[in-house]
Design a protein around this ligand. Structure first.
Ligand SMILES: Nc1ncnc2c1ncn2[C@@H]1O[C@H](COP(=O)(O)OP(=O)(O)OP(=O)(O)O)[C@@H](O)[C@H]1O
Length: 240
């Protein structure tokens, strides 16, 4: 199943009423089983793009297609998209085990404990299941967030700078773990980062988003041609 974003446009209004063009005709495709890394400077619209794919931010124009389903008008809960955020976004009042199983329980699945234990073992957090999020390191929190994503196979996985707040050593290990999670899921994964080294190390392909038309580019690290994400910020921005 592939993910396609077609001509996505999104403009925000700042509190002072100024228009902020976050996405201006962005096209993006992640093929079935592909790990597409999106890099770009701060403010280039990476998070807005992921939030739009997840259904957390409505697009002004364009569409999001997963497989043969146009999900543009569907709420987040009906898109079958799993997302890991920069800060892991764990529920602070729930244990690690409850955090990992919460999505399945919300979907009405009853027997989740065994799956929580086995997915926690895969991510090396099975010894932390009884702890609360405040008692975890940054790397451990991200592993728990990855376990929450891995507990079932979604149609699409999105990762929004999941490694930015972990130390260098954990980051290297987590990169490898994310790639291995991706291989085991076999679904399209879009990983956002502003770290070009991380992008080149992890991506099957790399898409570069840039606010400045003059530096906009697509840079595939391997032989396959990259997608052509287009983005502009500000009313004068253009796309390439
Ligand atoms: N809710 C909002 N209201 C107003 N402007 C917003 C809102 N969300 C994002 N923006 C603006 O849209 C643009 C794109 O923001 P976005 O967070 O998508 O960028 P980003 O590439 O993810 O940045 P970073 O790497 O810093 O996380 C920025 O100029 C930002 O200020």
């Amino acid at each position: 199943m592939s993910l396609r974003v077609e001509a996505a446009g999104k403009t925000f209004r700042s509190r002072r009423g100024a228009r902020v063009v976050a996405l201006d005709g962005v096209d993006l495709e992640a093929k079935d089983g592909e790990l597409l890394v999106v890099v770009g400077p701060s403010g280039s619209g990476k998070s807005t793009l992921l939030r739009a794919i997840a259904g957390l931010e409505p697009l002004d124009t364009g569409r999001v297609v997963i497989g043969d389903r146009d999900v543009t008008a569907l709420p987040a809960a009906r898109r079958d998209v799993a997302m890991v955020f920069q800060d892991a976004a764990l529920f602070p009042h729930l244990s690690v085990a409850a955090n990992i199983g919460i999505g399945e329980r919300a979907r009405g699945v009853r027997e989740v404990d065994d799956r929580v234990r086995s997915v926690a073992a895969v991510l090396g957090v099975d010894h932390l299941l009884a702890r609360m999020p405040a008692e975890l390191s940054g790397g451990e929190r991200q592993r728990v967030a990855l376990a929450r994503m891995l507990i079932r196979v979604p149609a699409v996985c999105l990762l929004d700078e999941p490694l930015s707040s972990v130390d260098a050593e954990s980051r290297a290990r987590l990169r490898a773990e994310i790639r291995s999670v991706h291989r085991s899921l076999g679904v399209p994964m879009v990983h956002v980062t502003h770290d070009q080294v991380e992008a080149m190390a992890m991506g099957d392909r790399v898409a570069v988003m840039s606010a400045a038309a003059s530096s906009s580019a697509t840079r595939p690290p391997r032989s396959t041609p990259g997608p052509r994400p287009r983005l502009s910020r500000g009313s004068s921005g253009r796309c390439r």
